[in-house]
Ligand binder design. Structure first.
Ligand SMILES: Nc1nc2c(ncn2[C@@H]2O[C@H](COP(=O)(O)OP(=O)(O)OP(=O)(O)O)[C@@H](O)[C@H]2O)c(=O)[nH]1
Ligand SMILES: [Mg+2]
Ligand SMILES: [Zn+2]
Length: 385
């Protein structure tokens, strides 16, 4: 996206840096960099860094705001390459440059400082502009605005798992571990919030009688979601999955041990991701995949493998908003006596009546109750602390 010069709005941004900038302490010591405080040595003059005095803890940076209100720093684009972040660990990331080569990049300090949360300064999937250093290293100078993200709450903060994706493949299992529909519903909300499409994938279909999967497949299909049953053991659904992924950017998300990496291996055999056993006792995977990773599909598109998560706590969703994500509730809400009905304890509730009449699935209604209960009771008590 080209920005016209005349659109630039100079904006003063006050940034707090720590006071250790006397020493030059960097260059390729990644571990130390991650733990070190912020320095300003790598700020360019064009950003007009002005210290009031040596004692000052603040620097004023002139940056521009883009259309979305994000900050765009002025950088010399001729010295940079465009790239895509394949994986990011802490502040180090592997970037595939437009030249097809991979670069191990660090993040320019000012980007971390300007980012509301340094953890999300650069995430897997980001489109970036980076300055190559040597053969295979570089410095990320700019992160382009993100479109289509998958995020969750972790330690009361947003954790962006991946950015610039088109769809989320929600992977659950017919068995081992047992199917959890509440997790599907959480992911559906998260996908919609992140402005991505959702596909529900029920893997390990070989472990059950296909007839047993019909109610769940039918339920979500009826709600208008795309559903697919797969198995890497008998090959069921893998051809269809390949078609769904072709030419798009898809993240596979779900609990550990559901077969996310196995499915990627099955549809793209050249990839060879590590997979792990599911404990027969706990019925849980062992968190074999440790980092979110983008992989290019040889038949077109990108696929993203992610570490398994136990529970998906939604980010930036308020209780009143939850019912809106349960699309089948919508026609019945108008029959609720109270306009602010939460469909829990209130009398004359259209949603509850529809559940009783089996017009809304009990499973989905229970899932709704769990969601507003668990997430927000916790959030409330965190606030009160
Ligand atoms: N029976 C059966 N087993 C499967 C299927 N898909 C995967 N598995 C097995 O499930 C186990 C876990 O698979 P992984 O691919 O490591 O699971 P994952 O979702 O990537 O797990 P994490 O990386 O820990 O998040 C492995 O032992 C796989 O062989 C399937 O369709 N049927
Ligand atoms: Mg895995
Ligand atoms: Zn109601």
């Amino acid at each position: 996206m080209a920005r016209k010069k005349s659109d630039k709005k100079g904006q003063k941004v006050r940034v707090e840096f720590r006071k250790n900038r006397g020493k030059k302490s960097r260059k390729r010591d990644f571990t130390r960099e991650m733990h070190a405080g912020e320095n300003v040595e790598d700020l360019k003059a064009s950003e007009r860094v002005r210290g009031k005095s040596d004692q000052s803890r603040y620097r004023t940076i002139i940056a521009e705001t883009d259309e979305s209100g994000g900050l765009q720093l002025d950088i010399d684009e001729s010295e940079c390459l465009k790239g895509r972040v394949l994986s990011a660990i802490g502040l180090n990331s592997t970037v595939e440059g437009e030249d097809g080569k991979q670069y191990l990049c660090t993040v320019r300090r000012v980007l971390r400082t300007l980012s509301r949360d340094a953890r999300n300064a650069v995430v897997a999937g980001d489109r970036v502009l980076f300055r190559p250093e040597g053969d295979d290293q570089g410095m990320i100078e700019r992160v382009e605005p993100r479109r289509g993200i998958l995020s969750r709450t972790s330690q009361n903060r947003e954790h962006i798992i991946v950015s610039n994706i088109d769809q989320v493949l929600i992977v659950v299992t017919a068995d081992q571990p047992p199917l959890k529909t509440n997790l599907i519903d959480r992911f559906l909300i998260s996908a919609e919030k992140g402005e991505t499409e959702a596909i529900i994938c029920i893997n390990k279909a070989d472990l059950v009688d296909p007839v047993d999967l019909q109610p769940i497949l039918g339920l979500y299909a009826q709600l208008g979601y795309r559903v697919i049953a797969t198995s890497i053991v008998n090959g069921m659904g893998t051809g269809e999955l390949r078609k769904l992924l072709k030419g798009t950017q898809t993240v596979l998300a779900g609990q550990s041990g559901v077969g996310k990496s196995s499915l990627i291996n099955a549809i793209a055999p050249s990839v060879e991701l590590e997979t792990g056993e599911v404990s027969q006792f706990h019925m849980k995977g062992k968190h074999t995949t440790r980092t979110t990773q983008l992989l290019k599909l040889n038949f077109g598109g990108w696929v993203v493998d992610t570490p398994g998560i136990r529970q998906l706590e939604l980010w930036d969703v308020i209780p009143e908003e939850v019912e809106g994500f349960f699309i089948e509730f919508r026609p019945y809400v108008t029959f609720c006596k109270f306009p602010d009905c939460s469909h829990t304890h209130e009398a004359d509730c259209g949603v509850k009546a529809a559940v009783e009449n089996r017009e809304i699935s009990m499973m989905r209604y229970e899932s709704y109750l769990r969601l507003i209960d668990e997430d927000f009771v916790k959030a409330d008590s965190a606030e009160k602390r």
